[in-house]
Design a protein around this ligand. Structure first.
Ligand SMILES: [Zn+2]
Length: 227
């Protein structure tokens, strides 16, 4: 609570460790920037992010900028981004990752950044999707489109939800849908998310996007959890 009040009245503190920022620092202090646990996954085509999708779904590239360690700077950053309205953290991480992503050697370049859609109830509570600023920074840096409408969560009526509970199997697989319009065809989609854990949600997003003719899928996340 005390830290929250400090952030509220004196916003220029580090989002990782709460020390006061000096004039040339933005969002993160120099110490935190140096201590960031970078994965360097973009340099390794067989990285741990890619492995999460082995045998499940065809992807062109997957990586995450940071390791998500419980009780560390990254957890603090994601928490501030997700629950305390600090959307600027997404911009910083996106701008940071763009420099790495520009070095990727891909068969076909990314065409469009797609955020994992937030559940409408959470969107109402939070007022923003925590991956938007990250996704927009990546799109801007790579000079490609950002589109939060191509992939969306299906709206279920109460009866449909009950049916799903009874028939469990399509629980997560069937919650997303896409707009297959011609303008979205033959694109290399770059799906963005905050923390990569099991990859189940991202897999469901990818499956939905692959319904669009000619779609290719890549995934980048702010962080990856060791689980
Ligand atoms: Zn710091």
């Amino acid at each position: 609570m005390f830290n929250y009040l400090i952030n509220l009245f004196f916003p220029k503190v580090c989002a990782g460790c709460h020390t006061i920022l000096i004039s040339n620092e933005t969002v993160l202090c120099t110490t935190c920037r140096h201590e960031m646990p970078l994965t360097q996954y973009h340099l390794d085509p067989k990285n741990e992010a890619v492995k999460k999708f082995y045998g499940k779904i065809a992807i062109e590239h997957a990586s995450a900028l940071l390791y998500f360690n419980k009780k560390g700077i990254v957890q603090e950053l994601i928490h501030n981004l997700k629950y305390r309205g600090h959307e600027e953290i997404g911009t910083v991480l996106g701008n940071w990752y763009v420099e790495d992503l520009k070095e990727l050697v891909l068969e076909t370049p990314f065409d469009m950044v797609i955020p994992v859609p937030l559940h409408p109830k959470k969107f109402r509570e939070r007022g923003y999707n925590q991956v938007t600023t990250f996704g927009k920074a990546v799109a801007q840096g790579l000079n490609i489109d950002y589109d939060g409408t191509v992939l969306y969560r299906k709206k279920y009526s109460k009866t449909q939800s009950k049916k799903n509970l009874a028939g469990r199997s399509d629980n997560i697989e069937n919650i997303f849908d896409v707009i297959t319009a011609e303008e979205n065809q033959n694109k290399h989609f770059l799906i963005v998310d905050d923390v990569l854990t099991t990859g189940a949600t991202l897999e469901a997003c990818a499956r939905a996007l692959l319904k669009i003719p000619g779609a290719k899928i890549s995934i980048v996340c702010m962080a990856i959890a060791n689980s």
